[in-house]
Ligand binder design. Structure first.
Ligand code: ZN
Length: 120
């Protein structure tokens, strides 16, 4: 099993995964700061704008949190030695797919099936 993982996982993919984590944190931190700024600068006349900003910030934070969870889960799989394998069928995920989407849970085939199932 480990033999397969070592073969499937290129250092470039591992680096890409860790970089994705850093990107998420870089995206999330300004979002957090803007939420704090909103709180300290809210006046009654700015209230509507502030609410819109806060909603936007929450959306950004929500997306970042989801992405960060996916990246963290992938890093966990990297530690577990299950990284790079489809979570549905267990087949190795293609290296090109992992380079494009380092935290991919499924191979392309299963991704399509899962997407079809969730949109139905
Ligand atoms: Zn699969």
């Amino acid at each position: 099993m480990n033999f397969l993982i070592d073969n499937a996982l290129s250092p470039r993919v591992a680096a890409g995964l860790r970089a994705a984590g850093h990107d998420v944190i870089a995206l999330t931190l300004p979002g957090l700061e803007s939420v704090d700024a909103d709180r300290s600068s809210v006046t009654l006349s700015d209230h509507a704008d502030a609410m819109a900003d806060a909603e936007r910030s929450n959306l950004v934070l929500g997306n970042s949190r989801t992405l960060l969870e996916q990246v963290n889960a992938a890093l966990q799989r990297l530690d577990d030695g299950t990284y790079g394998f489809c979570q549905r069928c267990g087949k190795p995920i293609g290296e090109r797919r992992l380079e494009a989407l380092p935290y991919a849970l499924y191979d392309l085939e299963c991704q399509e099936i899962v997407e079809r199932e969730t949109t139905l």
